[in-house]
Design a binder for this molecule. Structure first.
Ligand code: NAP
Length: 319
């Protein structure tokens, strides 16, 4: 089978399209023929091993796993011994458990892992919104978002921001989305109640208070957004912030008991993927695809993701 392989950490130049043996499903696993995957920020951070401390998990000098890829959608080709939940021919989607393996024509997944049947009628490329939705739902759950809460989502045009707007509306919240002018219509179409163009207006100066502020682009700080929060409000962000401040602020928040900053670690599960299946089926959640690349051109997909300009998802398809 063909796969995008990185034997070393580095820029997208280190990626090679190689022919390697097709994996065989072990007991409790399914073999999936991958039809669609993505290149996301998780992949690009893993490719470069940034931040550096990632290497303590992914391999100090060289990557332990040489095929990246988190999101997948495809067809079950075979099942291992004792695997009973799926049958060959099933259309499935999900997230690879440790963020490795989907940038290949075939992939083995534990059937108890984050994998579910695709909603009927959905195209494969519409089902690979897992990374953004997974992160977004982690933050919204940490906020315990409820109907009539007011949330401001800064950077609502990336994969996480787009999913956060849609899921916040599903949870019944009132959403203010902050995006560049070119994304105002997109944010409205996702259901945002109010949109702000950050290139024309400083959103931190608006005369409104929110239960929650989510920095979905990793471009602002708690200290800039603090004044937007109600006295019981909380802030979260997708990134560590300057000098890793969000980790320390979360720690301080939990010690002081004010819970002003939450910085949850996402953990994928079958329950999450099942939740996404239902949300896609009911039309609450849809993928916004920016660009499409063949697996052979995956290095260009990484280069584009690294610009920080993508709108939603960068899709990889198998030929
Ligand atoms: N470490 C990890 O493993 C990991 C994994 C996932 C995500 N993340 C972090 O999560 C964040 C979001 O990732 P993502 O994949 O959803 O999207 P992304 O690729 O970071 O988002 C790009 C979007 O953000 C917008 N944007 C750029 N600068 C902005 C600014 N100053 N203010 C508001 N919007 C801005 C861009 O549109 P415009 O330029 O037109 O505004 C573009 O639509 C990233 O910062 C990433 O580092 C980290």
């Amino acid at each position: 089978m063909k796969a995008a392989v990185n034997q070393i950490y580095g820029s997208p130049d280190v990626l090679q399209i190689c022919r390697i043996p097709k994996p065989a499903p072990k007991a409790g696993e399914v073999l999936i023929q991958v039809h669609a995957t993505t290149v996301g920020r998780t992949d690009s951070c893993a490719l470069r091993a940034q931040p550096f401390f990632m290497r303590f998990v992914s391999g100090l000098r060289r990557p332990k796993h040489t095929i990246l890829g988190l999101d997948f959608a495809g067809t079950v080709e075979a099942v291992g011994d004792a695997a009973t939940q799926f049958t060959p021919g099933d259309r499935v989607f999900g997230l690879t458990p440790d963020g490795h393996g989907a940038h290949a024509e075939y992939l083995c997944m534990p059937e108890d892992g984050p994998i579910a049947l695709m909603p009927s009628g959905l195209q494969f490329e519409q089902a690979v919104l897992g990374e953004g939705a997974w992160y977004a739902d982690t933050y919204l759950n940490a906020f315990q978002l409820k109907p009539d809460h007011k949330i401001l989502i800064y950077g609502a045009s990336g994969a996480i921001g787009i999913a956060a707007v849609q899921l916040s509306k599903y949870y019944g919240a009132e959403v203010t989305a902050v995006v560049a002018e070119r994304h105002l219509n997109l944010a409205r179409s996702l259901g945002a109640d109010r949109v702000i163009d950050y290139t024309a207006e400083d959103f931190t100066k608006i005369n409104e208070r929110f239960d929650f502020v989510l920095d979905a682009a990793g471009k602002t700080t708690f200290f800039r957004c603090n004044r937007l929060l109600k006295s019981t409000g909380a802030f979260s962000a997708t990134d560590l912030g300057p000098w890793g401040q969000n980790i320390f602020l979360e720690l301080w928040s939990s010690i002081s008991g004010n819970h002003r900053v939450v910085f949850p670690m996402p953990k994928s599960s079958k329950a999450l993927v099942e939740f996404l299946r239902v949300r896609m089926e009911s039309g609450d959640l849809r993928a916004i695809i920016d660009k499409r690349y063949a697996l052979e051109d995956i290095a260009d997909a990484y280069r584009y993701v690294e610009t920080g300009e993508k709108t939603g998802i960068v899709l990889i398809y198998m030929q």
